[in-house]
Design a protein around this ligand. Sequence first.
Ligand code: UN1
Length: 490
Amino acid sequence: MKLTHFVNGEWLEDGSHQDVLNPATGEVLAEVPMGDADLVAKAVEGAKVAQKQWAKVPAPKRAQYLYAIGRVMEERKEHLAQVLTKEMGKVIEEGRGEVQEGIDMAYYMAGEGRRLFGETTPSELADKFAMSVRAPIGVVGLITPWNFPVAIATWKSFPAIVAGNTFLWKPATETPMMAYEMAKIFEEVGLPKGVANIVFGSGGTVGTAMIEHPDVKVISFTGSTDTGSKVAELGGKHLKKVSLEMGGKNAVIVMDDANLDLAVDGILWSAFGTAGQRCTACSRVIVHKDVKKELEQKLLEKMKHLTIGDGTDESVKIGPVINAAALKKIHGYVEIGKEDGATLLEGGHVLDEGDLSKGHFYAPTLFTDVPWDSRIAQEEIFGPVVSIIQVSSLDEAIEVNNSVKFGLSSSIFSQDVNTIFKAQRDLDTGIVYVNAGTTGAEIHLPFGGTKGTGNGHRDSGVAALDVYTEWKSVYVDFSGKLQRAQIDTN
Ligand code: UN1
């Protein structure tokens, strides 16, 4: 199967091709073309022309296209989930869940077509009306990661278009097939040409060209902290509005009064689901010393039952990691953990027996007695590796939680109302869960983090509209005379 770019309504094959590989089997799934700066320029030119018209389409009518996109995604849900699982590796029930997240986003943002609320405000002057409205910005550039090939793209593109922008989307090199599927849907529902554009690429060529292009006004990026910093730097140089969602080092805190069985399930799901490749994944467990031993035993017992393999098999709970480089990085961290004095309780190795040898599988790994300031407890691993850190009080747990440079998600298991309310206030993360793991953010709430996770913007929820709109203050003077503001006659 040969994928093509989608530029101004045309399907283009420009550029050299790369193979798209199934991380569970090594099978070649498709060939994807690599775009360049010229193709970016062509896409932006089309998107700019289209945006002038698109912004004039009433928002409730723009929303109709989102309803249509949501409906087609719903009809095609199983097919999309299968494609997603094959190219990204997450297990099929997670594939279906991610497609559903995209469908939910389509309907949710379609609803915004009838809101897009602004504000009316009294004026200082008589016979004068004041309001602020959300205005579209223009052509927006979207750079998305491989771990959520469709959901994250919908978090960005749907608010962008309902607000009257057009977009150019550069999907992750590893997962272009979902983008191609979405392009087919955009065409099928009759989205006017140039509103949605997709250019594939690798090595930063397309992303850089997008950021440097004077007609791309906003860059919304989700991905690694290294790349995000480069995006911010280049974006700053070109005075772009840049929205960044980057890493996490998310912790589950287990207090001495917690329901331990519930905590164990929360940890397992958020640490090893998606093979730990979520920016919200749990990679630290901060546990009260009085329940540490019991928690470890319960975790080890349940880890025995995790089934690992090709995610298209319905009985499998944990799929592969994305590629050989990821496998190497994860194992490198395990070696560092051992050298730094942590105790390896379980896992810590590549899985390559039988069919697993065809893909990139890593054993769910549990370390304990991990110093809170060691590298495996501070740096993002992006794999199925969890560090248990012992503490003696809630205050210490919160301090350890907040000691990392990231601030995406955190969780606390406790049955005490005072503990819970204090924790939700003091945990320095953009998302806090009480008696649930660190993953599973819903699309109608703001998604993003504090500190090194981002730069203050949010994906999802109504907050996402702040990225794709500019506030315009409008004053209408109906007094019939020149009224001068800020003239003080006293
Ligand atoms: C991500 O981790 O990259 O919170 C996105 C969750 C998902 C989205 C995660 N709904 O787990």
